[in-house]
Write a protein that binds this ligand. Structure first.
Ligand SMILES: Nc1ncnc2c1ncn2[C@@H]1O[C@H](COP(=O)(O)OP(=O)(O)OP(=O)(O)O)[C@@H](O)[C@H]1O
Ligand SMILES: [Mg+2]
Length: 491
């Protein structure tokens, strides 16, 4: 199927998000849709997916004009949309989620057995190791993503839109998804692939289109461009990629873990991080690094071992308790753990600092605004009014709001789990700069990340975990991608 979107215009109030955009994709082609946070990528796809209506412009499918008034209409026309924000029902098992809205029926009743079997067959074909009966709530975020992708595959769509499908996946899972994409491509399915990971784009995509501030600034074949050129197209100037300066002045020990064990997640983990240091912890899915720090912060109960904070043993009971002790903790999954959907931008960005924003016992909107404004500028958050809902922000800008809120607490120790998820190339660099500045000021920073490149760029040293064990420490010349990959895969 050939899709062509012509002259698309869309504004939200005074915010002109798409200005006369032309975009097309055809069957058998993987097209990268690129641009900085807030450039208008998701909005353009929301129009194709029938989620919102354009102010102007037309959509042609195989030359025939279509106007979608709902996601169901778009799906009927053969377009499946995997959203940036996950769309699964937590209380239902995986297989039921696979059939939401198009349940299999037998004599009027939902055919659970049939749904189960079909799901099982698809999973085994794709090499997915998830039992279809598992409730979605029990799945890690990356497995949820995999379920979403397989659901779209099951719909046998002609065009699949994937809005940042790999953000919370690790390399082997990404490879698996890419294998699926290659298979689909052979079956003449067209794929629109939104990502901030340009290496992935170079690997998997055939064509590209770059949006900057709602304008299509370049498009063409991937083989005719480069990562540097794409970054330039997106940002409008060169993006620095040289190694960042290392910090030499490392202070006293800030946090020490002694033989921490919580089966089945991690065992006998000992580590220490000093003030003024950036420690990385990396590994693949199932390595236990997120659970380790969740346990330290009272979010997972029952570990054995000792946590020592500035030479004093402590038992942290909650993230709030951690905050009182001067520790900030940015959780791994923004969508599920860090954003409060019903609150506006300002409240989301200042909630952990409410105490400091109080005047005569009441929360002072003015104080909130003052402290948020500084971070907004430093992180270049692209947003409308602070009282707009958080959901009006693009994904990457939501991530920056979450980061802003933790920076405002001025922590002595800052744990960042997956800090640059969904953040564009330019903003990533801003965040790395901020991390290094914090370390220079004496903050102990721990960066948990599945991107070896990120670890290398920002950390002084890193621990590699594999199935719950710390298998190695890397620094200096041993901190390179090949070595990290080898250790992370148990090699
Ligand atoms: N429902 C909405 N109400 C108001 N503004 C919106 C709404 N949806 C999007 N916007 C605004 O439109 C602009 C483009 O957002 P969009 O989500 O399309 O960006 P994006 O390119 O997908 O960015 P990201 O890479 O961060 O996901 C942003 O300024 C955003 O705040
Ligand atoms: Mg988006």
């Amino acid at each position: 199927m050939n899709v062509s979107m012509n002259g698309i215009v869309k504004s939200f109030g005074a915010n002109d998000v798409l200005r006369n955009v032309d975009f097309s994709v055809k069957g058998g082609e993987i097209c990268a849709l690129l641009g900085e946070n807030g450039a208008g990528k998701s909005t353009l796809m929301n129009i194709l997916g029938g989620v919102i209506r354009p102010d102007q412009g037309t959509i042609l499918l195989d030359g025939k004009k279509h106007a979608f008034h709902s996601p169901a209409q778009s799906l009927d026309a053969g377009i499946a949309f995997i959203h940036q924000e996950l769309n699964l029902i937590n209380d239902l098992p995986v297989y039921e989620n696979m059939f939401i809205g198009r349940e299999k029926r037998k004599l009027g009743f939902i055919d659970h057995q049939g749904e189960l079997e079909e799901t099982r067959a698809l999973f085994s074909q794709l090499g997915i190791e998830i039992a279809p009966e598992t409730p979605v709530s029990a799945l890690d975020a990356s497995y949820k993503q995999i379920v979403e992708i397989s659901r779209a595959l099951m719909m046998k769509a002609s065009i699949i839109i994937m809005d940042e499908p790999t953000t919370s996946l690790t390399d082997p899972e990404i490879e698996r998804v890419f294998d699926m994409l290659r298979t689909l491509k052979k079956q003449d399915v067209g794929i629109i692939f939104i990502s901030h990971k340009l290496r992935e784009v170079m690997e998997i995509c055939d064509t590209y289109a770059v949006l900057r501030d709602g304008v299509l600034v370049s498009s063409g074949e991937v083989k005719d461009t480069s990562i540097a050129q794409l970054s330039r197209d997106m940002v409008g100037h060169d993006v620095r990629t040289a190694p960042l300066g290392r910090i030499d002045a490392i202070g006293e020990e800030a946090l020490r873990l002694e033989k921490l064990t919580l089966e089945p997640y991690f065992r006998n983990v000992s580590l220490s991080v000093h003030f003024g240091e950036v420690l990385g912890v990396t590994g693949l899915l199932g390595d236990g690094r997120s659970e380790l720090f969740r346990a330290v912060f009272g979010d997972l109960n029952g570990y054995r071992g000792r946590v020592v904070l500035e030479a004093r043993p402590v038992q942290i009971k909650s993230i709030r308790h951690a905050l009182r002790l001067g520790i900030g903790y940015l959780p791994r999954n923004r969508k599920e753990n860090a954003i409060i959907k019903d609150m506006d931008i300002l409240d989301n960005g200042t909630i952990v600092r409410y105490k400091k924003c109080k005047r005569l016992g009441l929360i002072s909107r003015k104080k909130q605004l003052e402290s948020f404004d500084k971070q907004k500028k430093e992180l270049l958050i692209k947003m409308g009014d602070p009282s707009d809902p958080i959901s009006s922000l693009s994904g990457g800008n939501q991530q920056k709001v979450v980061l802003a809120k933790w920076l405002m607490t001025e922590p002595k120790i800052l744990i960042l789990d997956n800090p640059t998820q969904g953040v564009d190339v330019g903003a990533k660099e801003e965040i790395y700069d901020i991390i290094l500045r914090l370390a220079k000021r004496g903050v102990a920073v721990v960066v948990l990340s599945n991107e070896a490149q990120e670890i290398i760029r920002v950390c002084d040293r890193a621990l590699v975990m594999y199935h719950g064990d710390v298998v190695s420490e890397v620094f200096g010349c041993t901190m390179n991608e090949q070595n990290i990959m080898r250790l992370a895969t148990g090699g």
